[in-house]
Structures are given as structure tokens and as C-alpha cells.
Write a new protein. Structure first.
Length: 151
């Protein structure tokens, strides 16, 4: 779940809506089809770490009648369950973790090397101005930039 959130930047509402049929995995490629904001579908390529995590989860996933990827004792997991799970794991390492924080982590990581319009498509933003938040300079960025100057 965590690998999927941070590796694709999907929203928690998109995560809970993933059905088994929305995932295509092979050794070299993988895609995830998500139903996002504005009633639109987008297909996201998934990297090897996410493919591996999904394959491992699917192997141990309880075999029941649910078509949804993430299930609990009473069926498909909902937003609150995802938040509780992330809080539990975050508490273990004393770090606050939310689905939106994982989404932002990916956005900030990508903006260093990937065109903004590509990030817009990955994150499912309607407008590139929404994606522009990831270009804001952090204090750490400024420190790193100045520390690397040699005269």
C-alpha cells in the first residue's frame, strides 16, 4: 500500500477504488488504471519496486469474492482504514505519514528531474498550475545550492 502510494502518487480515493482488473503486471512492465477526480481514468506506468510489492501482496491477499485490491475483514478498505494503517506504521518509526504526504513526496522528488507537464499527468492534475506547487524552493534546496558552490 505504501509502495503504491509513494511510487505512483495516486490519491487515497483512487487507491481504495483499485480493482484487481485495473492492474497489469509483467516482469518488465506494469500499469495501473485509476479512476480519479473529475470522473476520469488515467493509466499510470508502475516501476519495478511497485510491481514487486503488488505481486507479493496479491500472493498473500485473502482469497475472497471482492474485486477490490485492498480488502479487510468486512470487504474493500475505505479511506479511514488506509489513514489508520499509515498512522500505525508512521507511529512505529515516529514519523507522521498520510497518503497526501506520500503523494507530495513523489511530486517534490519528480520536479527535480522531470518536466512539469509529465508530473501533471502522473498526479492527475487538471491544470499545470496545481502541479506548480512542487517547484517551490525549500530551505533545504537553498542550503544545498549554496553549500555546493566552489570558488
Amino acid at each position: 500500500m505504501i509502495e503504491l502510494l509513494i511510487g505512483t502518487g495516486i490519491r487515497v480515493s483512487e487507491l481504495v477504488g483499485i480493482r484487481l482488473k485495473d492492474i497489469e503486471l509483467s516482469d518488465r512492465k506494469g500499469t495501473l488504471k485509476v479512476f480519479g477526480k473529475g470522473n476520469s481514468f488515467r493509466t499510470i506506468p508502475i516501476n519495478k519496486d511497485v510491481r514487486k510489492a503488488l505481486a507479493r501482496y496479491i500472493e498473500v491477499r485473502p482469497d475472497n469474492e471482492s474485486e477490490y485490491l485492498f480488502i479487510g475483514q468486512r470487504g474493500a478498505l475505505e479511506r479511514n482504514a488506509i489513514n489508520l494503517i499509515l498512522k500505525k506504521y508512521g507511529d512505529r518509526i515516529q514519523v507522521k505519514v498520510t497518503p497526501h504526504m506520500l503523494r507530495h513526496t513523489l511530486g517534490y522528488r519528480l520536479v527535480k528531474t522531470i518536466p512539469l507537464t509529465t508530473i501533471q499527468q502522473i498526479l492527475g492534475h487538471d491544470n499545470v498550475s496545481t502541479t506548480n506547487i512542487y517547484t517551490l524552493t525549500t530551505q533545504q534546496d537553498m542550503e544545498t545550492a549554496l553549500m555546493n558552490i566552489e570558488w
